[in-house]
Ligand binder design. Structure first.
Ligand SMILES: [Mg+2]
Length: 271
């Protein structure tokens, strides 16, 4: 039930219980402002009853065209979703940012995902267990523009008047990228930001950190940067996509695939 309510709030739909019915037991029926409904029993979310436009609402609000198109690249080059470092969560990222494959002296900028990376999903502040590491990271990269938060929620067109982005910037002291194309397709905007601010010129001087292989890490490899995968991040997700990502990662490692080395190959520039 909590999950279902959160989904409705997330998409800014007016939620109100309109009916409570026994359907084969203790089922409860709820509806929201968009006219949809769903059935739910006890604490477990069961299924969406889309007698009207709920599915269309959800698709319109959350569909990531960029990810859908770019994921096709993995069929031909699966190593594009392999990270240069995989750690359990944000606190495990070495400071300065580095790994066997990431040369610390070369890195000038860090791109951070928000949801399930530095913050809990759909929250607007650094996860309380990460605040100390967050401050340490900011000290290591003291130019305010060396860190950039790139989210597929805050700062996108889904974020009305970028109110969420402004709130997070106020709380974290770090800029949220404004971008109309979602990850993994917004790498041009990312490099434009770092070049305009005089931080770095080459994507091989950038590290992308996130909890998703098919968006964060794929973008890192598409643009010729380094990728750090947080698995599981703040909380482990059992969504189909996240389970698929974990399966693909294990499969590629078992077959000795390696992530591309930034600067060693041609980077992808199209969205
Ligand atoms: Mg995320």
């Amino acid at each position: 039930m909590q999950y279902a309510l959160a989904q409705h709030k997330r998409y800014s739909l007016k939620f109100e219980p309109f009916e409570q019915t026994a359907v084969g037991g203790a089922y409860l029926k709820f509806g929201c402002g968009c006219g949809c409904g769903y059935f739910e029993t006890g604490e477990s979310y069961r299924t969406i009853y889309h007698h009207s436009s709920f599915i269309n609402h959800q698709l319109a609000m959350s569909f990531n065209l960029s990810a859908t198109l770019n994921i096709i690249r993995l069929v031909f080059k699966p190593e594009l979703c392999l990270p240069h470092l995989a750690v359990p969560n944000f606190n495990q990222i070495p400071i300065p940012v580095s790994s066997d494959l990431i040369p610390k002296d070369k890195i000038k900028a860090i791109v951070l995902d928000k949801d399930n990376c530095i913050a809990k999903d759909h929250d607007d502040k650094v996860w309380h267990e990460y605040t100390e590491h967050w401050e340490e990271l900011k000290k290591m990269y003291p130019n305010a523009n060396q860190l950039l938060i790139v989210s597929n929620s805050a700062g996108t067109n889904d974020d009305k008047q970028h109110q969420q982005a402004k709130l997070i910037e106020k709380r974290t002291g770090v800029t949220i990228l404004r971008h109309s194309t979602k990850k993994p397709g917004c790498h041009v905007e990312i490099m434009d930001f770092f070049r305009e601010k005089g931080i770095c010129k080459s994507p091989s001087e950038v590290v992308i950190v996130g909890d998703r292989l098919f968006t964060d890490v794929l973008m890192a490899n598409m643009m010729g940067s380094y990728g750090i995968w947080l698995n599981p991040g703040v909380h482990k997700s059992d969504s189909i996509v996240c389970r698929l990502e974990r399966y693909v990662y294990s499969l590629l490692l078992s077959r000795n695939y390696q992530p591309p080395i930034p600067g060693a190959s041609v980077t992808v520039t199209s969205h």
